[in-house]
Design a protein. Structure first.
Length: 366
């Protein structure tokens, strides 16, 4: 079948996806590029948007995890973030956001991912030219303020594509707390982010990784990504007791929340040892209210860190970890299956992720 569209557009909650055929820009400025997308993956936030769980600008091309090849290149773009020479035809990924570099959050707070003029792929209106602002399209425009990464030859598209959000989110969370060698890490949630959290923390020096999830199939998969122990709260009667048994009655050095629900946070705090650190990454949507015993946080001298989006250095770190550990952990298992580049195909991919039949469904524009 020949597709005559080059973009799939989200128009709002309850409205059908649309197929559009936008004109590919003939010209770009000196700090921009056009990329032909070779693969995109579906993130949970795309599904939340599609289901109407948050307000969102429309119409928009969703999708913010992608890789592709450069087809047009501004003359000022000569090297990638690491200094590698860049040219037409190169296979690349890039930072999910673009920032101004001049505002308070960029210069003083050192949080360019919270720039007041932030551009974020898959999160902006696509009604005006050049339209190509998200991953569910055949092309995308690299804008000024983005950081490009030339993909190492030894890494496949499947190994790299989810790093643009899922992988870099984990390295951002770990970097924020100066994660270092430790005895025990607990990962709450074994979706794509959870599997990266298991593998990355193990690669960075965690002696023992404990995965917690109510999905037994995902728990079993987490063993392939470095989990030494798995715990299903629906099976384990006293999860706190089990954690204490594993951790020599201390608790974990770090707990990483990537379950996407506030229901796990109170337990996560209880899992920590004195002086431990809780990293909140998944439960990001408005209305995710939780209650905790403040005396436990204070008397145990706990650290609580939240992170949203990431800086370019975190995508670099994610790529580096995957490159070094690709023979230890089966990263390609996170990605798939492949769905047709059509409105029906994308809707099926959304349903696949929402029903937990897949971790990172794939859209390949053809």
């Amino acid at each position: 079948m020949t597709n005559h569209h080059n973009a799939i557009v989200f128009s709002g909650k309850g409205k059908p996806l649309k197929e559009e055929n936008y004109e590919i820009p003939n010209s770009i400025n000196d700090n921009e590029a056009i990329v032909e997308i070779s693969m995109s993956t579906v993130c949970g936030s795309d599904v939340h948007t599609w289901l109407g769980h948050r307000s969102f600008p429309t119409p928009s091309i969703l999708g913010h995890e992608m890789v592709g090849k450069i087809t047009k290149l501004g003359k000022n773009i000569t090297n990638d973030f690491l200094g590698n020479p860049i040219s037409l035809g190169d296979r690349i990924t890039w930072s999910m956001t673009a920032s101004c570099g001049n505002c308070y959050y960029c210069k003083i707070a050192k949080l360019p991912q919270k720039c007041i003029k932030l551009f974020k792929y898959g999160h902006v209106c696509s009604d005006k030219s050049p339209h190509f602002t998200g991953g569910y399209a055949k092309f995308v425009k690299i804008v000024n303020g983005n950081y490009i990464f030339k993909i190492p030859n030894e890494l496949s598209d499947k190994e790299v594509v989810p790093l643009m959000c899922a992988g870099a989110t984990i390295t951002s969370g770990l970097d924020a707390v100066n994660f270092s060698q430790c005895d025990y890490v607990i990962v709450q949630g074994c979706g794509a982010l959870g599997l990266y959290a298991c593998a990355f923390s193990k690669e960075l020096g965690a002696k023992t990784v404990i995965a917690v999830d109510i999905d037994q199939k995902r728990l079993e998969l987490s063993k392939e990504f470095g989990a030494d122990f798995i715990i299903n709260p629906n099976v384990e009667k006293d999860i706190i007791k089990k954690i204490k048994e594993i951790t020599e009655d201390r608790g974990a050095d770090y707990v990483i929340e990537v379950a996407g629900t506030p229901n796990v946070i109170n337990d996560g705090i209880k899992f920590l040892r004195i002086g431990g650190t809780y990293i909140l990454l998944g439960a990001i949507y408005p209305g995710n209210i939780f209650s905790a015993d403040s005396s436990e946080i204070i008397t145990k001298c706990l650290n609580i860190s939240g992170r949203h989006n990431y800086d370019a250095i975190h995508l670099k770190n994610a790529i580096n970890i995957v490159q070094k550990s690709k023979n230890k952990f089966p990263y390609e298992k996170i990605v798939g299956p492949v769905f047709e580049f059509s409105k029906e195909g994308l809707e099926s991919a959304f349903n696949s992720l929402n029903s937990k039949k897949s971790l990172r469904p794939v859209i390949i524009p053809e």
